[in-house]
Design a protein around this ligand. Structure first.
Ligand SMILES: *Cc1c(COP(=O)(O)O)cnc(C)c1O
Length: 401
């Protein structure tokens, strides 16, 4: 969350004064239709036919996406080794097995390793646009087509980003977004699933709210209604998100402008190297990213005065080797619902080990991220770039000693 203020408060006041806080019954007089309107606006922004806004965050959106795509026991899903754990746990939530894939120097899933890890049981890939940095959707789309497998984009950290001019989330069969407190736009918690596919939409919608059966409009679905979860969004979330959406383009423009200033000013200074990017213009600009020969140089640069850099290897929960409940195969409240014990999954690859993706660990140790704040003044930007410039020279000197 970068920006929030009185516009959100005013929209919230309208919702509270309407006393109609649920999206249910939004044809009633005086109902503000915040959730439904946000869904229409998010579809328009993303360039897709269908959006489902939901509580339960990006995690729920990923789960509903996989359910919508028909993923379940017997299926393997390829997931990058650098992401928030939910990209992998959502696969388990629908009864399938996540298989970890290396990230390359762009910090996104490595298409080569995707190719190498596809098995006859692989049914889907979840590319993650980590830190707003687009995955190589062109290559991934080609591979997925060739093997007839589906793509669910995890765009939770990339609200509004794009790749080759098309919005992230709109490349795959479905895309998941998060609006939790830490994301580009936020309503505290919450998420959205987008898709162009009617079948995926219907199944995901029912999965997010099986109570649909008792509501007007249920008859418009071709998919018979099945029992699933309750991730319905409230009008309070919808109201905040509609205002946040109005801020999105401004936030992205400022993030991108400042990130570019860092990378343009610093690339090549004393051997400093900007991390490769699959689409510089579509990148959300959440971080400036630099890559080093080794961890020592990376740490030296990150720790230098005024740089405020961090190494993704230190981001703990975003590194697969720290996902203890996944590596330990501890899923659910009883064994009978644990996909690792499901007979249909017995033949699948479940051989997890903390060192199974060594190239990912290596890249995460040699990369330094600098968080961008879209509200920095020109002098704050200059000050920080100067600190990075100085640090680059020190690191280079240290490396030569
Ligand atoms: C935040 C995030 C999610 C889901 O987050 P929620 O907390 O459920 O909204 C999923 N994937 C990635 C990569 C994330 O960063």
């Amino acid at each position: 969350m970068y920006r929030m203020g009185k516009e959100e408060l005013e929209e919230l006041r309208r919702v509270i004064e309407s006393k109609l806080l649920s999206r249910i019954g939004d044809d009633a007089p005086g109902h503000l239709r915040e959730v439904s309107s946000f869904e229409e606006e998010w579809s328009a922004k993303t360039g897709v036919k269908y959006s489902i806004c939901m509580s339960g965050g990006g995690t729920a959106a990923l789960i509903c996406g996989l359910a919508g795509m028909g993923i379940g026991p017997g299926d393997e899903v390829l997931v990058p080794a650098y992401t928030w754990m939910a990209s992998a746990t959502s696969v388990l939530a629908v009864g399938a097995i996540p298989v970890f894939v290396e990230v390359d120097e762009t910090l996104a899933i490595d298409p080569e390793d995707v190719g190498a890890k596809i098995s006859p049981q692989t049914q889907a890939i979840i590319p993650v646009h980590m830190c707003g940095r687009p995955a190589n959707m062109e290559r991934l789309t080609e591979i997925a087509r060739k093997h007839s497998i589906q793509i669910l984009e995890d765009a939770c950290q990339a609200d509004g980003g794009s790749y080759q001019g098309r919005r992230l989330g709109a490349w795959g069969h479905a895309g998941a977004f998060s609006f939790n407190y830490y994301k580009i736009i936020a309503c505290g918690e919450g998420g959205a699933l987008v898709t162009n596919n009617r079948e995926i939409f219907e199944r995901a919608f029912i999965y997010h709210d099986s109570g649909t059966v008792f509501r007007p409009g249920a008859g418009l679905f071709n998919t018979p209604i099945f029992v699933a979860q309750q991730y319905r969004a409230s009008e309070i979330m919808g109201a905040v998100l509609r205002i946040q959406l109005q801020r999105l383009d401004g936030i992205l423009a400022d993030l991108r402008r400042i990130k570019k200033a860092f990378e343009v000013a610093l690339n090549g200074v004393s051997g400093l190297k900007v991390a490769p990017n699959n689409d510089l213009d579509g990148d959300c600009g959440v971080v400036a990213a630099f890559q080093f020969q080794d961890e020592k140089s990376a740490r030296g640069f990150a720790k230098a005065s005024g740089v405020e850099g961090w190494l993704p290897i230190d981001s703990g929960k975003h590194v697969y080797s720290n996902w203890d409940p996944v590596l330990g195969k501890n899923f659910g409240h009883c064994d009978a619902v644990n996909p690792f014990l499901h007979p249909k999954n017995a033949r699948l690859r479940q051989n997890y080990a903390p060192d199974m993706c060594p190239r990912t660990l290596d890249v995460l140790r040699r990369t330094v991220f600098i968080n961008i704040n879209p509200d920095w003044s020109e002098s704050e930007i200059d000050k920080r770039i100067a600190a990075c410039n100085k640090a680059a020279k020190t690191v280079r000197t240290a490396a030569h000693v």
